[in-house]
Design a protein around this ligand. Sequence first.
Ligand code: IPM
Ligand code: MG
Length: 405
Amino acid sequence: MSKELIENAKEKFGAIIEGQLNRIEEMKKSAGWTDFSTLKPIIIGICWGDGIGPIISKHAQAVLEHVLKDEVAGGKVTFKDIDGLTIENRAQHKKAIPDDVLKEIKSCHVILKGPTTTPQAGDKWPNIESANVAMRRYLDLFANVRPVRIPKEGIDWCFFRENTEGAYVLGSKGFDVSKDLSVDFKVITEQGAERIIRMAFEYAKKNKIDRVTVVTKSNVVKTTDGRFSKVAFRIGKEYPKIRLDEWYIDIMTAKLIDPARRKEFKVMVLPNLYGDILTDEAAQLQGGVGTAGSANIGKKWSMFEAIHGSAPRMVKEGRDTFADPCSMIRASAMLLRHIGYSERAEKVEMALEVCGQYEKKMVITGRDTGVTGEKYTDYVLSWIDNPGLKTRWEQGIINNKSSKL
Ligand code: IPM
Ligand code: MG
């Protein structure tokens, strides 16, 4: 009996290893970066998603259309609706991303994606893989870049979360070896670690930041986290002006809520799951997960999204119009910067910070005690157009440096 179980497990493990070795070969031959300056039109695909997704994506699109008015009129930028990334359609096809939807996505250059429902065991949906995780893997969006800024406290963090490996790459490939034994896998490759760590160092260099922090649990998870940390120190040698330090994820979560220490961290690079957890904590400090955007960057495609989920409870309770669109607006700012419109991205970010952290003339509470997402978007738009934006943004902040991707 146990011999058969072991043989069975060996076979599954063999297939997994084969898949990962092939992935390494793909990474080795991956092509160059997309050059947006030569593209006409740049196609921005919008996946509406589930729950509050359609509503907050609409608000974010309104901001993009507003700041890209001239480019849309001149044919440099165009939007494409992608309708099929809904839980109903995905459940019907029993696929994280149905083939025709993936084809549509691949026909765009960048994607703005509303949150999608991730099925879990026991709910009414087939237990298919998360659409985010699948999209990150299918499009090889290896860098999940998540800035969190609280200028009035001097906090300017940028998290570089590895996005295609770690506990996620085989997240739906674990198996029950027997009725009592379950096994999942965690993977780190030399190439996968190197590309995200290099991106973190390049960002630090570009922004004249003299410190990069690698976050692992390499004292316990010795092989995979150990490799991540080793690669970081190897790459670090190429950047002699930047100090690299390593922190363990447990103490890092504590330090983020230590007002005396937290602002000394700037650039953090970390494996997938630690990045997932730490960025929710960081976003909460900035004003809630509803305020944080996330860029999923690959060489060919990139996808921009909120860091939170689809909030089905808000829809069920009829509160979806009160959902905070700021995460998606922030994601749109990151999209703007990625396709070459940095100044406009900066304006959007400054407007979000003036509205959410300084002026606070309107507040979003997620219910009727605050304003609707639509009203709030108008509030942000009014600041984007306000000639006094920069001056207002500079008032009362102790660190007006805002680092650029
Ligand atoms: C995120 C989300 C996703 C993740 C979920 C929805 C699969 O939490 O983007 O951080 O775990 O990566
Ligand atoms: Mg998360």
